[in-house]
Design a protein around this ligand. Structure first.
Ligand SMILES: Nc1ncnc2c1ncn2[C@@H]1O[C@H](COP(=O)(O)OP(=O)(O)OP(=O)(O)O)[C@@H](O)[C@H]1O
Ligand SMILES: [Mg+2]
Length: 299
């Protein structure tokens, strides 16, 4: 376990009844890093986060947060971390401003000028009562409370759900600024685009297990290039063995190939007469869809 890591999870498992929500999950977040935590609905993101927050006890494996045990050291840890869930509920009779201050007090107080600045940037009316806020505005209250604190670690579970695109952009800026101040961030999402600009590293979770982890560049290296070609002569299937996801109809070929094998693919296709060709660079989006969909061990 590295002292540099603010989150260190090893072999974490948690079942609800017989349903294995987490199965041997490993996750590490380095100090000062924004770590994207991506996966489809039901993959286990919130379950992992609830373990990290000491809200849920794992069946086996270990979890360390800021060097402590999230279950035993819950009080001390919650002074040093801030959490934003994807569905914020507020005290119905309390104003947004009061809620921000109450949440902030749990973390040893807020930076007053940053609090004011964030309220303005998020265009939040802090005088409304909890019950009067829309979904997006409730999110803003929790986001302002978290980001106006000097928490060392921000644990954000789909924090922008319900924010409009303008506010999402503000959120991205604000989290970037928190990173500059030295905060570490675990940012969960379904959507790659949401974390792509911020994340130093990503972990992709599917069915309770991390299926891929690395920097954006490392993951991009694993994405495949897509190729569309119109060929003058129709190749034998066997000749295309080096390609993936091959669709061949008359002379129209569409396929994907590992990014480092494009040269070979061109050599392979050339004898069939390339009448038209488009080669699209590997997109992370396509890698994600593949990882989200691909079949793993049956549960
Ligand atoms: N308290 C619970 N009792 C039973 N099953 C649960 C419970 N909490 C979560 N689960 C199940 O565990 C799995 C993982 O849920 P989790 O909420 O961690 O997913 P998620 O990745 O956060 O999904 P989403 O993107 O939809 O928020 C799901 O299949 C869910 O139904
Ligand atoms: Mg969730």
């Amino acid at each position: 376990m590295s002292a540099e890591n603010v989150i260190d999870v090893r072999g974490l498992s948690k079942a609800f009844g017989t349903f294995p929500a987490l199965s041997g999950l490993d996750l590490s977040v380095g100090r000062g890093e924004v770590h994207g935590f991506l996966g489809p609905n039901g993959a286990g993101k919130s379950t992992t986060i609830r373990v990290l927050l000491g809200l849920l006890r794992a069946d086996s494996g270990s979890a360390r947060v800021l060097g402590g045990d999230p279950w035993k050291d819950v009080v001390a840890l919650h002074r040093r971390l801030a959490y934003v869930p994807g569905d914020v509920s507020l005290w119905p009779g309390m104003t947004g401003g009061e809620a921000i201050d109450l949440l902030g007090a749990m973390r040893g107080g807020l930076d007053g000028s940053r609090r004011a600045e964030l309220i303005e940037r998020f265009e939040l009316d802090p005088t409304k009562r909890g019950r009067q806020y829309s979904k997006g505005n409730r999110q803003k209250v929790a986001i302002v409370a978290a980001l106006a604190s000097d928490a060392e670690l921000l644990i954000l579970d789909e924090p922008t759900s319900g924010l409009d695109p303008l506010m999402e952009a503000v959120f991205t800026d604000v989290v970037g600024e928190a990173k500059k101040r030295g905060a570490s961030v675990l940012l969960s999402s379904h959507i790659l685009a949401e974390v792509e600009t911020l994340a130093d590293r990503l972990s992709i979770i599917r069915e309770g297990t991390i299926v891929e982890t690395g920097t954006l560049a490392e993951l991009r290296g694993q994405a495949r290039t897509s190729i569309r070609a119109t060929l003058e002569r129709i190749p034998e299937r066997a000749a295309l063995a080096g390609l993936h996801e091959v669709h061949l109809e008359h002379g129209h070929l569409s396929a994907t190939a590992d990014a480092d094998r494009i040269g070979e693919v061109m050599t392979l296709l050339a004898p069939y007469g390339i009448a038209a060709l488009t080669v699209e660079p590997p997109s992370l989006e396509s890698l994600f869809l593949r990882l989200y969909e691909s079949e793993g061990d049956p549960r």
